[in-house]
Ligand binder design. Structure first.
Ligand SMILES: CC(=O)N[C@H]1[C@@H](OP(=O)(O)OP(=O)(O)OC[C@H]2O[C@@H](n3ccc(=O)[nH]c3=O)[C@H](O)[C@@H]2O)O[C@H](CO)[C@@H](O)[C@@H]1O
Ligand SMILES: C=C(OP(=O)(O)O)C(=O)O
Length: 417
């Protein structure tokens, strides 16, 4: 098991190019199952979640070919092996996004309950509600989701919560259903819009993505096409917070600043300078008097839960009292215990944490409990005095392309051991 060794105290300086979005790529890769012809995707991040999903799709009969570091070609088969392999599916949450495409294109799906990070209870009831609303027969048998159907029929589906995954699964299933589907209280995340744009590039008719009402006209088939995935707003955000936390200055290239507005607003509230252009963001924290802030995680365009842990590390040394309320995933405060080992003063009470800023953190042996907790502990290690030894690095590899190389190019002292 590899570890990251981080020697703290170096402000980050320089520029980096942000990679393609993990969460958009995973949904779009699953969406490629809907196309009859070849699909070529650009700006795909080289992360373990993508590699594992491609392995799963390969075992199901999809022909996958990398065309370069960030581009690949996919050709789905006419008949699929409908059983997604258990040990691979268990490794990532996004394997649940195979359900909608498999059911609507092939009429059958067998996918074990997905794995991923342990960030809280992650039920599938809304995915079931939507797919059953379109006419699929869904069952859970000994931990495996079994679905079957003839051609799905368009329907009106109200989501009790704007779930990202459920919106994506229903949207993909509806693309080949008979008639119109309307998703009410749909998720509005940028990755939903990216998936809709991709599906439309294949000939689908998805309207309203990015609002809470999505309308899909079902087609008999989708063709192939070429599509470029959006940049990863969470990777970009992680580097923005790392720049702020180390009191450095970092220019991010290949970003869509609008997607980062909730984070930009909060960093500015904390007195960090953030300059935005059409596709770059400059974070400058070299000469600032930081200020404590409060954060509440919410569905987009609220503050993203996937940026909450990284902000906790940053706020650990911001003088005054900051409060974070986590409204999406209840286990996302586990990182607080690790930060406390590094000298942070954090109290957790249910969904709320209270952070009293301390003058500095000290390096320690710490463990990532999930992907973003891992990123948060890397940031804490960069801020701390002395060495930090971070284990469970495989979580970080799920979602960050060349993290050590990118940080090293910004002057960080970080290596894998
Ligand atoms: C691969 C991917 O895109 N992952 C993202 C996706 O996860 P994911 O799609 O799993 O997240 P959801 O939006 O579905 O989950 C949000 C909330 O809805 C609840 N819920 C969800 C589904 C359901 O059927 N029933 C239900 O109650 C969950 O328990 C959670 O409290 O959106 C999350 C919220 O922005 C992000 O943190 C993840 O990075
Ligand atoms: C929670 C995350 O991902 P997943 O839904 O794939 O576990 C994340 O990206 O922070």
């Amino acid at each position: 098991m590899s570890k990251l060794i981080i020697t703290g105290g170096q402000p980050l300086h320089g520029k980096i190019k942000v990679s393609g979005a993990k969460n958009a790529s995973l949904a779009i890769l699953c969406g490629a199952l809907l196309a009859q012809d070849e699909v070529v995707l650009d700006n795909i991040p080289d992360i373990s979640d993508v590699r594992i999903l491609l392995e799963i799709m390969g075992t199901m009969g999809v022909k996958v070919r990398w065309l370069g570091e960030e581009s690949l070609s996919l050709k789905s088969p006419d008949r699929i092996i409908e059983e997604a392999p258990y040990d691979l599916v268990k490794q990532l949450r996004a394997s649940n996004l195979l359900l909608g495409p498999m059911l609507t294109r092939y009429g059958k799906a067998s996918v074990s309950l997905p794995g991923g990070c342990n960030i809280g209870v992650r039920p599938m009831d809304l995915h079931f509600k939507g797919l059953m609303g379109l006419g699929a027969e869904m069952n859970l048998e000994r931990g495996t989701i079994q679905g079957k159907t003839g051609r799905l029929t368009g329907a009106r589906v109200y989501l009790d919560f704007p779930s990202v995954g459920a919106t994506e699964n229903i949207m993909m299933a509806a693309c080949l259903a008979d008639g119109q589907t309307i998703i009410e209280n749909a998720a509005k995340e940028p990755e939903i819009v990216d998936l809709a744009n991709f599906l439309n590039a294949l000939g689908a008719k998805v309207r309203g993505a990015g609002t809470d009402l999505i309308k899909i006209e079902g087609m008999t088939h989708l063709k192939g096409g070429r599509y470029t995935v959006i940049p990863d707003r969470i990777e970009a955000g992680t580097f923005m917070v790392a720049a702020a936390a180390t009191r450095g200055e970092v220019l991010l290239e290949n970003v869509i600043p609008r997607h980062l507005e909730p984070l930009t607003a909060k960093l500015r509230e904390a007195n960090i300078e953030v300059e935005v252009s059409e596709d770059t963001i400059l974070v400058n924290a070299t000469d600032v008097q930081t200020k404590s802030i409060d954060i509440k995680t919410m569905p987009y365009p609220g503050f993203p839960t996937d940026m909450q842990s990284q902000m906790m590390s940053f706020l650990a040394t911001v003088s005054g009292t900051s409060i974070i309320v986590e409204n999406i995933f209840e286990n996302r405060f586990r990182v607080a215990d690790e930060l406390k080992c590094m000298g942070a003063n954090i109290k957790v009470e249910g969904r709320m944490s209270v952070i009293e800023g301390v003058p500095s953190l000290q390096g320690a042996k710490v463990k990532a409990s999930d992907l973003r907790a891992g990123a948060a502990l890397v940031i804490a290690g960069l801020m701390a005095n002395g060495d930090t030894e971070l284990s469970n690095v495989h979580y970080i590899d799920r979602g960050y392309t060349n993290l050590e190389q990118k940080l090293t190019s910004l002057g960080a002292l970080i290596r894998r051991a």
